[in-house]
Design a protein around this ligand. Structure first.
Ligand code: MSP
Length: 510
């Protein structure tokens, strides 16, 4: 039986307290590029994204907006759905944590933990940031001269004391985590810095996590026995990675050692994903994630792009000016694990001019104009390939190297470098034009011109195929220009046979 391998990827689920901005799109596109590439590798891909709809932060925002909370989350969730449609996000499952299916799942886990005596009641006190829905440690506090602020969202934390349910984290759990960190340390994507700082965290004497709240009403109610207690937003949200699936899918992915599970996340939520989430999973008997793609923030004016700071950039505006292909390719070029990235209008404009107009579009245009002008004859191409066998071999070897590098980089989740291979291919094509001087070949009526143009078109076909995960309609458009179907297969076979006839010379960007 030829069963497809399972590949699971998720984005964090986004707080439904406002419209999405470029920072959210960055996280989602990161996952989309990987998901689309994995599909070309014939994997069965599960791609999860969605909205985190509970918590005091959302209830407060709804109140400020003078809207009923239920309507408020629906409207904001719809904004996310609209943006994902506009930007070609190929998710397969969309989480809404206010849905009953999800709530029931979380309540079941809570009851299960209670039954297994993993939980105990105790007082919790400390500085709480409602922006991040998290108690803050000393390192997470920005100590201004006048007041303390949360380092991530700049909000003033509040002092909280309440009786909550705590998840016990004992020595056995610490050992379990230490072993996991040891394994993850070997993964380049996660990086030593994170695993080292997580190991430091394990040295804290008491790690127990409070997983319920008494003052947060807009949250999952846990049990009639404890009517005041609602689920802590992180205990609620993390489970959505599983709850959104069907029972069969849960088994197929989260109980199966052969599946590959990858989470994309911003650096500020590492602790929840790399410490608490695996612990939850272990205690509820699920497989642990295989990898984490941790990214930095998009900065605008040197600060994290964020609604609370008020420096957000709307993806819709960029799309209006440049279109969705440009935005997707631009974001792909920015993706750098762990590091923050500066955004500015100038940056996208430069990227567009240099890479897309001057390089990408001009190359294709130049090639198509030559095809139109020289009207090459490809009927004898097999004979020509034999005649110029050595040149053909060298050319194909070069193409194969690009293709292999691209796969290798994508398999290592090196998105911006995989994209760079496409630009390298275009440069190679340009260099070949400069070297072989087709205008001279035409003057000489040299049949080598046919061979040269044929292989240049093969170059372009590979460009279009490698573009598939990045720019969907652009890839299709180029394939169409080459009279090729955009079938779902990723046929990178270099022994191309074509009776290509150019219909029209097009310019892709100007
Ligand atoms: N709801 C939680 C996640 C729960 S996952 C079980 C949350 N939501 S969030 O809306 O605040 O952030 C979601 C993701 O968006 C995070 O990975 C975060 O890093 C990312 N981004 C939000 N602003 C960003 C930038 N300015 N730049 C890059 N990513 C950013 O945390």
């Amino acid at each position: 039986m030829n069963k497809k391998k399972i590949f699971y990827i998720s984005t964090p689920i986004y707080y439904a307290n406002a419209k999405p901005h470029l920072g959210h799109l960055y996280s989602t596109l990161y996952a989309d590029f990987v998901a689309r590439f994995q599909r070309t590798q014939s994997k069965e891909v599960f791609f999860i994204t969605g909205c985190d709809q509970h918590g005091s932060k959302i209830a407060k925002a709804a109140k400020k907006n003078k809207t009923n909370t239920e309507t408020f989350i629906k409207t904001n969730t719809q904004h996310f759905l609209n943006l994902w449609k506009l930007t070609d996000i190929s998710y397969t499952h969309f989480v809404e944590t206010h849905n009953l299916k999800h709530q029931v799942f979380v309540v079941n886990v809570f009851n299960n933990f209670l039954k297994k005596k993993y939980l105990y009641l105790n007082y919790y006190q400390g500085l709480y940031c409602s922006g991040c829905e998290s108690f803050l440690s000393d390192e997470q506090l920005l100590k201004d001269q006048k007041e303390e602020k949360c380092l991530v969202c700049q909000k003033k934390p509040i002092f909280l004391k309440e009786k909550n349910f705590f998840l016990k984290i004992n020595d056995q759990d610490r050992n379990f985590l230490q072993k996991l960190f040891q394994q993850w340390k070997k993964k380049k994507e996660i990086g030593h810095n994170w695993t080292n700082s997580l190991n430091e965290l394990l040295k804290i004497p008491k790690l127990d996590l409070s997983i319920t709240r008494c003052r947060v009403e807009w949250a999952i109610k846990l049990s009639k026995q404890f009517p005041k207690h609602t689920a802590y937003v992180w205990f609620d949200a993390l489970w959505s990675y599983i709850s959104v699936l069907t029972t069969e899918e849960r088994e197929l992915i989260w109980k199966n050692n052969d599946s590959q599970i990858v989470h994309v996340l911003g650096k500020e939520i590492t602790k929840f994903h790399l410490v608490y989430w695996p612990l939850f999973l272990e205690k509820d008997e699920w497989k642990k994630p295989d990898n984490f793609l941790i990214h930095g923030w998009i900065l605008n004016d040197e600060q994290k792009m964020s609604k609370s700071i008020g420096n957000v950039v709307s993806p819709e505006e960029i799309i209006k000016k440049y279109g969705v292909n440009v935005l997707r390719i631009f974001i792909a070029s920015l993706i750098k694990p762990h590091l923050d990235i500066k955004y500015s209008e100038e940056l996208i404009e430069n990227f567009y001019r240099t890479n897309l107009v001057n390089n990408f579009s001009n190359y294709i245009h130049r090639l198509l104009i030559m095809i139109e002008k020289y009207q090459p004859d490809f009927t004898q191409i097999n004979k020509l390939k034999k005649q110029f066998q050595v040149k053909d071999l060298i050319w194909k070897k070069q193409l194969q190297t690009f293709i292999d590098q691209y796969h290798d980089l994508f398999n290592k989740f090196e998105i911006s470098q995989a994209l760079q291979i496409i630009f390298d291919l275009l440069n190679f094509g340009n260099q070949m034009i400069e070297k072989e001087k087709p205008w001279n070949l035409a003057k000489e009526k040299n049949i080598y011109l046919n061979f040269f143009l044929f292989n240049s078109l093969l170059n372009l076909k590979i460009v279009a195929l490698l573009l598939k995960p990045f720019a969907i309609s652009l890839s299709k458009q180029i394939l169409k220009t080459l009279n090729l179907n955009n079938d779902e297969s990723f046929n990178l076979d270099l022994n191309w046979e074509t009776s290509f006839k150019l219909e029209k010379v097009v310019k892709f960007f100007e």
